[in-house]
Design a protein around this ligand. Structure first.
Ligand SMILES: [Zn+2]
Ligand SMILES: [Zn+2]
Length: 302
């Protein structure tokens, strides 16, 4: 009886494959982070149902990602079906995990570069501003991204996977890794990665990216691999303090509400709405440098 049950269960899981395991893993990961946030908060006092929680959870995480997933999938299928744009099958012969690592690596470099550009270009900043408007950065805060930003980033993420002829599981595994890593780097958990911070990005560095009390806040643009920031000199990781607050510097002009935030990207250009953090980076710590050492380098006179 038990044997039969286990057999049925195993065959059910095997049939489902990654498509079944992916949403299950994402849900379990989310529950785990919510529990850890309560037990070991990075910033004590943040509430689970904080301001904007339902916008981020319902509209951004559930509704927007489902609708955009469908649009991006249809768009990539359309590109793939165009005459002459057939599958290149360039990576088809590679082992599955080599394909996954390859796409993780190249997309992560793209995200680093594009994200950095978004903080310097006022038009691109407009579609990134919503992401920075969360004042209580937590496990679900990372989902707050303008639909145009998602359309650009996920098309660039998934089109090469399809067009280079990757295994169908690669897209699902990549989506799973992106979802879990995105929740991780924003979560309000007091994670201590130590020396791993030079390789893997986590909440210690990314929560500084969302800090509103440091000017100018142009640093820690990496999402998965922290080494991009260390290599290109945009890493910032003070060891002696944590951000005092999160969100936009022009916070009074940016509102809560999913539909307002979508419209906000197209609002008329008017100060002080656009005094957001799209300014050049200032003090950044270098590998092996202390926070005070970085401050002295940036401000030799004082
Ligand atoms: Zn940013
Ligand atoms: Zn973020």
């Amino acid at each position: 009886m038990l044997d039969t049950l286990i057999q049925h269960l195993t065959s059910f899981i095997n049939k489902g494959g990654w498509a079944l395991w992916s949403p299950l893993t994402i849900a379990c990961w989310a529950v785990m982070l919510v529990v850890l946030e309560r037990l070991y908060p990075h910033t004590p006092g943040q509430k689970l149902f904080r301001v904007g929680f339902w916008d981020d959870f319902f509209w951004y995480t559930l509704v927007q990602s489902a609708v955009l997933g469908w649009i991006i999938g249809a768009f990539i299928e359309w590109i793939d079906a165009l005459p002459g744009v057939s599958r290149l099958a360039a990576v088809s012969g590679w082992p599955l995990w080599t394909q996954v690592l390859f796409f993780l690596f190249i997309h992560d470099f793209y995200i680093y570069a594009f994200h950095r550009l978004q903080h310097y270009n006022k038009y691109l900043w407009r579609v990134h501003e919503a992401h920075h408007s969360v004042r209580d950065v937590d496990w679900v805060a990372g989902s707050r991204s303008h639909p145009l930003e998602i359309l650009i980033n996920q098309t660039v993420e998934f089109a090469p996977i399809v067009l280079l002829g990757a295994h169908p599981d690669v897209a699902v595994i990549k989506g799973l890794v992106s979802a879990c890593w995105g929740m991780f780097i924003h979560c309000n958990v007091d994670v201590r990665l130590g020396a791993l911070q030079y390789v893997i990005n986590g909440p210690e560095m990314h929560r500084w990216h969302h800090a509103a009390d440091v000017a100018p806040p142009g640093f820690n643009f990496a999402t998965k691999f922290a080494f991009w920031d260390w290599i290109f000199g945009t890493a910032y990781m003070p060891v002696d303090r944590k951000p005092a607050e999160y969100g936009l510097m022009s916070k009074n002009d940016f509102r809560e509400g999913y539909f307002w935030q979508i419209w906000a990207a197209f609002r008329p250009w008017k100060k002080p709405w656009d005094s957001g953090p799209w300014r050049p980076a200032g003090v950044t710590r270098r590998i092996g440098e202390t926070a005070s050492g970085a401050a002295a380098r940036a401000n030799p006179a004082g």
